[in-house]
Design a protein. Sequence first.
Length: 186
Amino acid sequence: MSSPGIEKILQKFYQGETSLEEERLLREHFLRDEAAANIQELKSQFLHSEEESRKSLPGSFDDDVIRAIQLRERKQKVSKRTMIFYVSGVAATVLLMISIFFHFNPISPPSVADDPDAAFKEASKVLFFVSEKFNQGTGAIAKIDRFGQGMDNLQSIKKFDQGMDKTRPVSKFNQITNYFTNPAPR
């Protein structure tokens, strides 16, 4: 085949548009020693392609690949399991240390359970603290409520938009535009 013909097929080859017949012609051209000097460096690529196409996989290839995949999956499961054991061990240790600290805390105040008035004052103080923190947490919910009100306002705009859509087909301008853009067949 002539060199310009080969170059055209090469262009199609690199764009992925060649047929099997054209690719066979390219291989045969490069297997012969008559390749032009400007495309001679491509000869090794096609020779390598031809050599690789003659090789075959061993019969146990599929089994080897499946075995390797299963081994990798098993290792990942084992590593997740050991990670869970380590994390749960650390968590248990931390919980144990916290419980020991609070149970044997030397800086805790003496118990007020003996005096009912002191216990009432202490409980009131704790409940007031919890109530104050709870009210601070619900302050953020008020912002969400304002967002909901804004969404309700958008619903009225949506109704207005739907009403405008209903009036659009009645418009005389729309009728004239439709007549010019979609004339009746003759």
